[in-house]
Design a protein around this ligand. Structure first.
Ligand SMILES: Nc1ncnc2c1ncn2[C@@H]1O[C@H](COP(=O)(O)OP(=O)(O)OP(=O)(O)O)[C@@H](O)[C@H]1O
Length: 339
């Protein structure tokens, strides 16, 4: 029997996810009025998995990530509604003081540009020991040894020497390794990686991706991996959610979603990936542009760009429907077209 939206929630709640996002609505106040940037009905991430969040630039990936940490700039952003549960506790109900204890200790984040997390006027050693001393009851000497261990864990060459370097003395890949070491320095079990390799060239990128995979195996880390690149998501993640204009349109195991995409947006994104075997063909381009968040279309947000769009798509928002076990899509044309 086909399962629908209500089962989608019920199923995941039974399996007890580590992180759950429920009905998260985030608006930005803009000159043109409120912009509906995120309208995330439901998302769950399980212990030990790497979950990929993919979508075009501006689809709301970073807003979702920053919401988990209660770090979206407010104003202009406003969390209108929703819950983010971590180990069944609502993070939105935590005080700023409690959140300070959670950030770094349980949840950590790494960003696209490592320099946004590093201070250019302190050595990387000073910066990592400061983080350790802030969160842990250890002596300076113990913090120093912990820092060296972490530098070794992230495979930085000559940890003692690296410890004394300023960020500008390290390469981009080494800086990202320092940031990963800092993110893990207080034992965080959940890592949000927001396009951590976007600013790096491909060989360095591969090194960082392999490092994250190894760390996950060694430490049992759970990762929310945000990326524009479907190739990187395919390499890193077990499950993926496709975000379009702030809403999840398709979610499931990477192998299912990428081999048998159902939502026209997912198919369009996969079509747009350059393939060496089709070098002569022009790249597929999805017509139109993502919607203006101050004037989101009613119904399905993708309908103005969708070749299958009908009046129904314009009028009502499609609900999630399960196509195959664990593979959910929100499209009026999915399944037998009954959702
Ligand atoms: N301070 C702000 N004021 C107004 N709108 C904002 C602000 N910050 C972000 N936005 C809007 O929120 C939307 C989502 O942005 P977000 O950075 O979350 O997207 P993203 O998918 O992470 O993009 P990228 O892949 O480029 O990082 C965009 O339309 C963006 O213009």
């Amino acid at each position: 029997m086909t399962r629908r939206q209500d089962d989608y929630r019920g199923e995941t709640m039974m399996n007890n996810p580590l992180l759950e996002i429920r009905n998260l609505k985030v608006n930005f106040t803009t000159y043109y009025g409120p912009a509906s940037v995120l309208d995330l009905e439901y998302l769950s991430i399980y212990k030990g998995e790497t979950f990929g969040l993919a979508g075009e630039s501006g689809s709301g990936k970073s807003t979702a990530a920053l919401s988990i940490f209660k770090l979206i700039p407010s104003p202009p952003a406003k969390i209108e509604d929703g819950e983010i549960l971590y180990n069944n506790e609502d993070l939105f109900k935590k005080s700023e003081n409690e959140m300070r204890g959670i950030r770094g200790k349980k949840l950590s984040m790494i960003f696209q540009d490592p320099m946004s997390s590093l201070n250019p006027v302190f050595t990387v050693g000073q910066q990592i020991t400061r983080v350790i001393l802030e969160h842990e009851k250890v002596s300076k000497k113990q913090a120093y040894h912990r820092a060296l261990e972490l530098f070794e864990l992230v495979k930085l060459p000559d940890p003692e020497n690296t410890f004394k370097k300023y960020p500008h003395e390290l390469s981009g890949g080494m800086r990202q390794r320092v940031v990963i070491a800092m993110a893990l320095s207080c034992g965080a079990e959940f890592l949000v990686a927001d396009e951590p390799t976007r600013a790096l060239d491909v060989t360095i990128q591969a090194g960082i991706l392999n490092l994250l995979k190894e760390l996950k195996q060694k430490t049992g880390l759970t990762i929310l991996f945000i990326a524009n690149s479907l190739g990187v998501i395919a390499q890193m993640c077990e499950r993926v959610g496709l975000l379009y204009a702030g809403q999840i349109v398709e979610i499931g195991r990477v192998s299912d979603v990428f081999k048998k995409p159902i939502h026209p947006y997912t198919s369009a994104l996969i079509e747009a990936v350059p393939k060496p075997s089709q070098r002569e063909k022009p790249l597929a381009v999805t017509k139109g542009f993502p919607p203006n968040p101050t004037k989101m279309p009613t119904g399905c947000r993708f309908y103005p760009r969708c070749s299958k769009a009908t009046d129904r798509c314009k009028e009502s928002r499609p609900r999630m429907i399960e196509i195959e076990e664990g593979h959910w899509v929100s499209c009026h044309h999915a399944g037998k077209g009954e959702n």
